[in-house]
Design a protein around this ligand. Sequence first.
Ligand code: SAH
Ligand code: SF4
Ligand code: F3S
Length: 478
Amino acid sequence: MSKAGEAEIGANSPHETHDHTAGAEKRVFIKTYGCQMNVYDSERMGALLAPLGYAATSQPEDADLVILNTCHIREKAAEKVYSELGRLKNIKASRAQTGKQTQIAVAGCVAQAEGPEIHARAPVVDIVVGPQAYHRLPEMIARAARQRGAVLETDFDVNEKFDALPKARTGDGPTAFLTIQEGCDKFCTFCVVPYTRGAEVSRHVDAITAEARMLVASGVREITLLGQNVNAWTSAPPAGEHAEAWGLGELCRHLAKIDGLERIRFTTSHPRDMDEGLIAALGDEPKLMPYLHLPVQAGSDKILKAMNRDHTAEHYIRLIERIRAARPDIALSGDFIVGFPGETDADFEDTMALVREVSYASAFSFKYSRRPGTPGAAMRAQVAEDIKTDRLARLQTLLEAQKQAFNRSLIGKTLPILIERAGRNEGQIAGRSPYLQSVHMDGPARLIGGIAQATIRDVTPNALTGVLVDALHEKGTA
Ligand code: SAH
Ligand code: SF4
Ligand code: F3S
């Protein structure tokens, strides 16, 4: 998560499902690209298909159904899908030789954005399903088996999707995503999301609470609330309460009352929607983790205006000051785009200055990618590729230095670590700090799923290493 680079959004991509139901009749392979919302949706699709007899497999060669849950955010992300489809074409052909059928479905944002073109470009595809139509997958699979040519479903009805998708949990481990808001009304001029995910829609607090309780009952200790503009979330209060509409701050306080839920995070926030209620909750709700992903994209007001971000650099910096006043230890993360049309050297220097002023614990940074249909794609003064490359390298060097400085600042501190999994070597365990860093340490597997105190001893390029406090006591070195 904390990589400053041309990374896919969300650390988990590409993310492949694991085998967890042996012996079922049919197998599904789901590959996930893009943001955490796609990871969440892939889990829901897996849960939806389980009652139809589909068990997850991590091998496309074994799969009767392959689902690519795709991302359209940058050209590179979208093109990856077509190269994967090339590989799948061969797999489908060799399975056919042994009498096995394979259905191939393209889901997610490429499906929504490119719809019928996908089948034209990759006739191997049987099903094209947009992010708001997943609940129709079972019916589409049946239709695709009967007809020739792709079955296409890209209607928008987000609430129908949430109501219809199973809530059962398919993943394991003590952390989970929970989508509370979907879509975007901001129309930043570089971005495809408003077109692929539709208008902003919030789920009702009662539906969210029920899902959170289900997750906690299944062993989840940390929930990350998801939304393209998560802090634009709003809902009527819980049934029976007569308060005004709730915002994300109230929702977090409400969820924090669930026994057994230890940590709450949310992503991605928009600077325009950071209200006082949420800032106050970050300040005084201990279950809200001291980490905030708050993309700014650029530091030049001229570029921010051309991006239609609806805030200035000054507005963002003042906002950060207010957030830090409320929660002094907050670790900040951001997204940056270099080489947006019209960006001069001076504009880029404004981005560097903003980064120096704010100082980030982690960040994602990208070269501007021209996306068909967005206003940015039609702008004159597109920036040359080599200039983008140079600017990205300079920005990433600065962001990486800030990240390393932040990581090193924790050496010697004792932090609560949510232990998520066994480590790479025997006798090791790994988890997450409150600031979302990976922390590796020696320790027994029985600690997995709970929170343990560890003293940070060292940093590696992408993680921290620590020593369990109990282990320190045992050795008498604390
Ligand atoms: N909703 C979030 C981010 C959504 S997309 C927000 O408002 O910030 C995640 C990130 O991808 C964006 O923050 C942006 O930095 C990057 N991105 C989006 N479109 C892009 C494009 N056309 N070229 C390069 N990066 C882009
Ligand atoms: Fe895209 Fe802007 Fe919406 Fe974020 S706020 S999803 S960058 S349009
Ligand atoms: Fe990509 Fe769609 Fe998420 S375009 S970033 S998968 S909302």
